[in-house]
Design a protein around this ligand. Structure first.
Ligand SMILES: C[S@@+](CC[C@H](N)C(=O)[O-])C[C@H]1O[C@@H](n2cnc3c(N)ncnc32)[C@H](O)[C@@H]1O
Length: 302
């Protein structure tokens, strides 16, 4: 198999991008070239939060047990509004050709979430996790029902939009709902941007429709793994990290490295650039999170 470095997404060797139409393939290729230039070592959301200035709304879409929202508020000094059903995904999430996450998954009542809730000291009241002293407000319900009414009562531009709803449909809906609130300088962070039939696809279609200009700022780790860092007891934190690492190696992208009967093994070893291979061999984290900034409104402004 010849080395075709741009046919697969770094860390995601389960989908050959040549299944897409040529324009979208070109968008993905250009994106990867741009992203390799703005790779950061840490978590994209925290990197953006720590340098956030000015004013405007800060939205966290998809909060699970609430740590992305609390950490975003803590690091940015802004009030952060967090949106979630707290009852899981509202639609099935087709991650790639092989992996499907069913609607209802990622509810805060699942055993895995319950353990992290307990070990990170989160209190849940009426199905909503507590703020734990941070300047956050959680809005419970599907974003299909909650986002537009929220914007009606909260004027002003969006300063930072963090997308972690996972599915293509919810992501596109949120982008469309917020479109009049984006402005030049708005920062959009996508937690799973490199899932090419999910958030990246939604952003691509949104951008094509409104023709606005943007530039990529950072490509780093997903925020979800910060949940383990918030475990207060040192021994428990170590166990959580070990479990996370194992899950990544056995079930997640880390399995591409050793499952030699799997086509993704060969794609990875024969198709990946050395940078991706080095990263995967040493990785405990998942590098799919990307931030970008709007630089010209195009048709978003009309
Ligand atoms: C990956 S988790 C978020 C993780 C969180 N940002 C963190 O870092 O810990 C995705 C969350 O999105 C929520 N979700 C997905 N689609 C939604 C929708 N349309 N409306 C509200 N919540 C949604 C799920 O309930 C789930 O908690």
């Amino acid at each position: 198999m010849p080395r075709q470095n741009d046919r697969y997404i770094p860390n995601l060797y389960s989908r050959d991008i040549s299944v897409y139409e040529p324009e979208y393939q070109q968008f993905i290729r250009q994106t990867l070239m741009d992203l390799r230039r703005c790779k950061i070592p840490g978590h994209t959301l925290l990197w953006e939060a720590s340098q956030l200035d000015g004013d405007g709304l800060v939205l966290d879409l998809g909060v699970w047990i609430g740590w992305s929202t609390r950490l975003l508020a803590e690091k940015s000094g802004f009030r952060v509004y967090g949106f979630d059903t707290f009852e899981g995904l509202v639609e099935d999430w087709q991650v790639d050709d092989e992996k499907l996450v069913k609607a209802g998954a990622l509810s805060i009542t699942e055993p895995f979430a319950k353990r992290l809730i307990e070990d990170t000291g989160v209190k849940v009241d009426n199905g909503i996790p507590g703020a734990l002293g941070r300047d956050v407000e959680f809005i419970k319900g599907s974003t299909y029902d909650t986002l537009a009414p929220f914007l009606d009562t909260h004027p002003g531009p969006i300063r930072l939009f963090h997308m972690d709803l996972d599915t293509y449909e919810s992501c596109l809906h949120a982008l469309e709902t917020c479109k009049e609130r984006f402005t030049v300088g708005s920062i959009l962070v996508f937690d799973e941007y490199l899932v090419t039939n999910g958030e990246m696809r939604a952003f691509y279609e949104f951008q094509q429709k409104y023709g606005f200009a943007f530039r990529y700022r950072a490509w780093g780790l997903e925020i979800m793994e910060m949940n383990t860092a918030m475990v207060t007891n040192r021994v428990k934190r170590f166990i959580h990290r070990l479990e996370w690492f194992q899950a990544q190696r056995l079930l997640g992208e880390g399995s591409y490295v050793w499952k030699l009967w799997d086509s993704r093994f060969w794609r990875f070893w024969l198709g990946a650039p050395w940078g991706d291979i080095r990263f995967m061999l040493g990785a405990t984290g998942q590098r799919k999170s990307v931030s970008l900034q709007i630089t010209d409104l195009g048709r978003l402004g009309v």
